[in-house]
Structures are given as structure tokens and as C-alpha cells.
Design a protein around this ligand. Sequence first.
Ligand SMILES: NC(=O)c1ccc[n+]([C@@H]2O[C@H](COP(=O)([O-])OP(=O)(O)OC[C@H]3O[C@@H](n4cnc5c(N)ncnc54)[C@H](OP(=O)(O)O)[C@@H]3O)[C@@H](O)[C@H]2O)c1
Length: 239
Amino acid sequence: MKSYACVTGADRGLGYELVKVLLEDGYIVFAGQYNKEWRLLDELSTEYPDRLHIVELDVSNDESVKTAAEFIRSKTDRIDVLINNSAISGNHEPTIFDQLDFDEMIRVFNVNCLGATRVTNALIQLIVNSDKKLIMNISSEAGSIGTCYRKGWFAYCTSKAALNMQSAIVHNNIRELGGQVILIHPGWMKSWLTGEYHDEAPLTPDIPAGKLIEIIRDPEQYKGERPAFIDYEGNKWEF
Ligand SMILES: NC(=O)c1ccc[n+]([C@@H]2O[C@H](COP(=O)([O-])OP(=O)(O)OC[C@H]3O[C@@H](n4cnc5c(N)ncnc54)[C@H](OP(=O)(O)O)[C@@H]3O)[C@@H](O)[C@H]2O)c1
């Protein structure tokens, strides 16, 4: 039987690598394209013309999500795996003693938390139509309240903590139907998340992607009353 996945924010970084490993595993993939300047998805579609669907998707925009969901519904009646990966970081520097940029915080919250909620809301019927019913939300250790040490990063940390809460609520909705949400801390990766490339990070995004596909193949062990919050190697993280 064919398997279907949807990945948001798939132009580069972890999202792109997840699209690659899902395609290698035989999935038909709907890859959310936000930044058309990056051509990696287009190059990949020449390798997988029948199984990679590139879908324009701005998760912060109601209309964009609605249009993308309509396109996906025209191609399939189920989504086995939804990966909410899109994120922006916002300014990390200001502390509570500085002037905070609340407009920027709203933008970050809109992408990182509401974006995942919008996409999940638009695709929930397709997800529950599948046998697997797996939603993987890419969170961060930065969203853990229990281990918080930072004095800045207001927008990013609070948006990821909110993503964790929305995941708990979605999990409550789909758990009794046999579904699950898994929250992932993918590790510190070389990427453009902050707007500049962080070469000092220890991981290239293909490394967590290679581990996450193993979790996607066998998510049963992470089922429970609450969504599992784990790192890319499957180690438990504190909420
Ligand atoms: N890098 C790390 O060390 C690290 C650590 C912990 C967690 N994470 C999480 O891992 C995930 C992937 O991050 P990454 O490091 O791979 O960074 P990334 O390459 O910047 O990936 C994020 C993707 O989301 C896209 N995006 C931004 N705004 C969007 C919107 N409105 N709608 C749809 N997509 C949008 C970005 O587009 P652009 O190409 O335009 O930027 C980018 O393709 C994120 O959820 C991040 O929070 C990363």
C-alpha cells in the first residue's frame, strides 16, 4: 500500500533532509515550499517525479494553508505522517531588561506554534483516515520549561513551549483513534535558522533526519498518554 507524508518548511535544512529520507523509504511526499530561491526541492523532483509533490506553503497564512490542503486532498484521501518542521527564530539577544519587539514575537509565534496548528487543523481528516496517524512536531530543547536556562530567546522559546502544549492537545484528540503526536528536539544543527549559517553546530541536518526516519518507521514504542518529547536519538526530553 502507498504511504503519504507531508513536511512543512522543506526547502532546506532538516525539512529538506526529511523529505529525502521519506522518499528513500518509498513515501509519496508533499513538501512545503516557502523559499523559492532555494532550488534543492526542484532538483530532487527530477529524481522522484512521481512521488514528490512540491506545494507552496506559508504556514503563517490561512489562505496559503487552505490552498495547500485542497491540493493535497485532490491527490490523496490520507496522510500517514505529517511533519510540522517550519520555524523562524527571532532575535535571541534581548532580555526582560531590554525593549522587546512584540511584533516580531507575534510573527515567530504565528509560524512556530500557530503554523503547526493551522496545518494540522487543515489536514486532520486525512491524518485520521490513515492507519499510522502520526504527527511529528519539530520542537526544541528551547521549548522545555523544565530545563530552561536562557535569559533571552523570548519569541523562540515561548513559541516552542506553546507548540509542545498544542501537541499535547492534538495528541488527546487522536490518541483514542490510534494516533499519536511525537515532539522532537533534533539537536543543534548547521542551518540558516537564525538567518545566518551556523557552521559551528555539531550536526548536519541529514544526521537527525537519518535517525528520525527510524522513529517514523516504528513509532509504536513512543505511544503514551502524553506526546513523547524526545531527541533525535529517541532519548526522553523534559517538558
Ligand atoms: N538548527 C538547530 O540547531 C535547531 C535546534 C532545535 C530545533 N530546531 C528546529 O528544527 C526545525 C528545522 O530547522 P532548521 O535548523 O532546519 O532551520 P531552517 O533551515 O531555517 O528550516 C526551517 C524552514 O522553515 C521555513 N519557514 C520559515 N517561515 C515559514 C513559513 N511562514 N511557512 C513555511 N515555512 C517557513 C524556512 O524557510 P527559509 O528557507 O525561508 O528560512 C526553512 O525552510 C525547526 O522547527 C527548528 O526550530 C533547529
